[in-house]
Design a protein around this ligand. Structure first.
Ligand SMILES: Nc1ncnc2c1ncn2[C@@H]1O[C@H](COP(=O)(O)OP(=O)(O)OP(=O)(O)O)[C@@H](O)[C@H]1O
Length: 624
């Protein structure tokens, strides 16, 4: 007798995200709400598109497998009555041959069904994960500040699994259970309808038992999912900060933090296992009572010569086979309940709207060619989502192409915010930012960002070769090895790369790149060289570097800035001495603007900041 196919398969396309922004810019709060199983199913069902025929086929295979099982049980009854009870070997061969044929056919169908079910389920998972991941990549920086990275990782792994169990395996499981119940029930009715009806009255008891568990399990499932996310988050954070942890002797604290979350997870998952186990045991006891009742009634029927032993054994087998699908229909409710907890967590991502989107087609203006690099901000004001504090207030400035600007000011003045608005991580609450005269929220996002290169303080390192880490700056046209080497030379990185064990083929990884801060900066400069965008934003390019390393990147930076509009955000005022213009921000406002010499002469905020900053020993560090 063969196991019925268990799971099923998946689908493509898109889960419609309820709150996709459609206008030029919006920011929606991240939602925390609870959805029911029906809504969860409705939201994720579109992802099965393209695989629904395979899901149907899995359903057909499971029906055939259940049918083969039914026939096998009837043949078993014939064998018992014809061969076993009479002790006739000749009566054995025909039903035995038929049973074997049915068993082989059922096994083949069961195997095909299970393989197809696994394939379709995995394809669904693939699509769901890709869909959530793609959406995650469009979300604004503050989403990632509010949600721990490890917890988001857990949503992309554990939670997508739970959804699969509802939408694909759950649906196929339900169909299989319904058909199995129908076949075994019909066969039992056909054998002895009075006896069958007597046993069917037990079915509502199973559903009643399930209902009692559902609510409790829903709460526990949410706790399990959240605790699972917290454990992943702690591990992820601890590994990311392992050097600092060791330096500050915080290993015990980190272990305690993990233990705390792990204990929470343990309590929740033990409760969940206990509830599931209790449910299983209770239903098994109920089943045993029913089977015993059947045997008792059957014994009475046999004593009255109204039934043969073969019929009774077949009947008991049908009843035995009948309860698992009925039970799995009941458990389906529990699976669905657990899946709703996962659905809440995934929909929280899918329903979070990107803070900026591409402009609608009617409002789009495309640059005909590479931008010249003229930037302009007109009375720009901005507060971060959920903050009433103005990070920028009525801020205006304009650059001509190729100009070299230093933006400075005390900490929290709004310098990095300006970079975030230029790259359109956010749109201003008021005012307009333009590139070559076009409001940036009218440019397609990819075109805007391909015209700007941001060099953040932390260099983006991909787990790949040094060559790829440089080449990834440009995809069209794809850079050749010679292009990469040329860029590395211009970035003064060629020497140290050549000295690496595998040269340009040396694999580096984030956090363990094995390169110094200055070397990583030079790789970033080489990448930016290849990228060749007309606007360059450098965020604290010398922070974290000692004087020698800082000096070493100045010449490459100078080469990189040549011919580009360059904005250097910095506290390092040695970089300001040669700037075409210095903008000084304070509390989100532009308070001073001019050349280094002009600003010193004004004896204002800039002069104070310059006097206070640690200067290069001989005052000889010049950016250009
Ligand atoms: N994600 C955020 N959510 C809310 N407020 C923020 C966020 N990021 C920055 N701010 C606030 O906006 C203001 C400007 O911050 P910003 O990072 O632009 O300053 P900055 O001049 O770059 O500072 P620093 O020189 O220290 O890097 C600060 O008051 C800061 O607290």
């Amino acid at each position: 007798m063969h196991p019925a196919p268990e799971a099923v398969a998946p689908a493509p396309e898109a889960v419609p995200s309820a709150s996709q922004a459609t206008g030029l810019s919006t920011d929606a709060p991240i939602l925390t709400r609870h959805v029911g199983a029906a809504e969860a199913f409705r939201r994720f069902w579109p992802l099965t598109q393209g695989d629904r025929r395979w899901m149907l086929l899995v359903g057909v295979f499971s029906v055939v497998a259940a049918l083969a099982e039914t026939v096998a049980i009837l043949l078993f009854a014939r064998l018992t009555d014809g061969a076993l009870q009479t002790g006739s070997v000749s009566a054995f061969w025909t039903p035995a041959g038929q049973w074997l044929t049915v068993a082989v056919a059922g096994a083949a169908v069961g195997y095909l069904g299970n393989s197809l079910a696994a394939w379709t389920a995995e394809r669904f998972l693939l699509r769901l994960r890709a869909r959530v991941f793609a959406h995650l990549q469009t979300l604004p920086p503050h989403f990632f500040q509010r949600n721990r990275r490890g917890d988001l990782v857990e949503r992309l792994t554990g939670d997508v699994d739970a959804i699969e169990h509802l939408v694909v395996s759950g649906l196929v499981g339900a169909c299989t259970a319904v058909f199995s119940t129908l076949f075994y029930g019909a066969a039992a009715l056909w054998l002895r309808w009075e006896l069958a009806l007597a046993t069917f009255v037990a079915a509502p008891i199973f559903f009643a038992a399930t209902r009692r568990f559902t609510n409790r399990l829903r709460t526990v499932s949410r706790r399990v999912r959240a605790a699972d996310g917290a454990v992943t988050a702690v591990v992820e954070e601890a590994l990311g900060n392992v050097v600092l942890t060791q330096a500050y002797n915080r290993q015990r604290d980190e272990e305690e933090r993990l233990a705390r979350e792990a204990r929470r997870f343990l309590r929740a998952s033990v409760t969940s296992a206990r509830l599931n186990g209790l449910y299983t045991e209770i239903t098994e006891v109920l089943e045993t009572i029913c089977v015993l009742a059947v045997i008792g009634m059957g014994a009475w029927e046999i004593s009255q010569s109204r039934m043969t032993l073969g019929q009774l054994l077949a009947f008991a087998a049908f009843i035995g086979y009948l309860y698992p699908p009925i039970r799995s229909l009941g458990t389906l409710g529990l699976t669905a309940t657990a899946a709703t907890a996962a659905a809440d967590r995934l929909l929280e991502i899918l329903d979070a709207a990107p803070s900026v989107t591409d402009p609608p087609r009617w409002a789009t203006t495309r640059l005909a060619h590479r931008a010249r690099g003229a930037l302009q901000a007109d009375r720009v004001s901005f507060s971060y989502p959920n903050s009433r504090h103005r990070a920028l207030s009525a801020f205006s400035f304009a650059t001509s192409p190729g100009e070299f600007l230093v933006i400075t000011g005390p900490s929290g003045a709004g310098k990095s915010t300006l970079a975030a608005l230029l790259l359109r991580f956010y749109d201003p609450d008021a005012g307009t930012i333009r590139l070559d005269g076009i409001p940036v929220n009218r440019l397609p996002l990819d075109q805007l960002r391909s015209n700007i290169t941001l060099l953040p303080q932390q260099t983006l390192v991909l787990h790949d070769t040094v060559e790829y880490n440089i080449a990834c700056g440009r995809d069209d046209p794809a850079p050749t090895h010679d292009d990469v080497v040329r860029a590395a030379r211009a970035a003064d990185a060629d020497d140290f790369i050549a000295a690496l064990p595998d040269g340009y083929g040396t694999v580096i990884a984030p956090a363990t790149a094995g390169l110094s801060g200055g070397q990583l900066q030079r790789i970033a400069i080489a990448r930016a060289m290849l990228r060749d965008a007309p606007v360059l934003i450098l965020d604290e390019p010398t922070t974290g570097l000692d004087t020698l390393a800082a000096e070493r990147i100045l010449a490459p930076l100078r080469r990189l800035a040549e011919g580009r509009t360059t904005l250097v955000i910095t506290h390092d005022l040695d970089l300001a001495t040669d700037a075409d213009r210095v903008l000084v921000l304070h509390h989100g406002r532009l308070v001073e603007s001019g050349t280094h010499a002009q600003l010193l002469a004004r004896s204002g905020l800039y002069a104070t900041l310059f006097a206070a900053h640690p200067q290069a020993p001989d005052g000889a560090v010049h950016y250009r």
